[in-house]
Design a protein. Structure first.
Length: 162
């Protein structure tokens, strides 16, 4: 049991490092993205940007499940890597069909992987919320300034014509 707790602590730590590093790199990419300098993005450009962000975050989660699956396979808990990854995906996402099980001595790892997955998915959700909120605020600010400048232009042209 102690061996399982130590292993799970190492795996959770590794996944947190992978996820944090990935989100920091993604945040840096987004900060340098033209969206920051050109808020006149079309709906299509916003959508493609969000698809890219979702794809990258999904890739991070898949890498993390591969880390867990690699551990399961390396320790011989499953006969092949595909079964290890299938179990890992089920545990990480807390679906856990129950058709593939860890040996009794190691079964708590599945639950710990589930906790790890829920927390990292929550972190991803918070990150996505910040991005969507920032997109909304940027577009709102752009429309407000455009409306204000249009009103000022109308006011100035009314004054000069009188």
């Amino acid at each position: 049991m102690l061996r399982g707790l130590i292993a799970s602590f190492i795996l959770v730590s590794l996944c947190v490092v992978i996820h944090s590093l990935g989100l920091v790199l993604l945040a840096d990419w987004l900060i340098n993205h033209p969206l920051r300098t050109n808020p006149q993005f079309s709906i299509r450009r916003y959508t493609s940007l969000l698809i890219s962000v979702f794809a990258f975050i999904t890739l991070l989660h898949l890498v993390e499940t591969v880390v867990w699956a690699g551990f399961y396979y390396w320790w011989g808990h499953f006969r092949d890597f595909e079964t290890s990854w299938y179990f890992s995906l089920g545990s990480y996402t807390t679906i856990g069909y129950g058709d593939v099980l860890l040996p009794a001595m190691w079964r708590m790892l599945g639950g710990i992987e589930g906790i790890n997955g829920v927390l990292l998915c929550g972190l991803s959700t918070a990150f996505l919320f910040v991005i969507v909120n920032n997109m909304f605020r940027t577009r709102w600010r752009h429309r407000s300034t455009r409306s204000t400048s249009e009103a000022e232009t109308t006011l100035v042209s009314d004054r000069t014509s009188s």
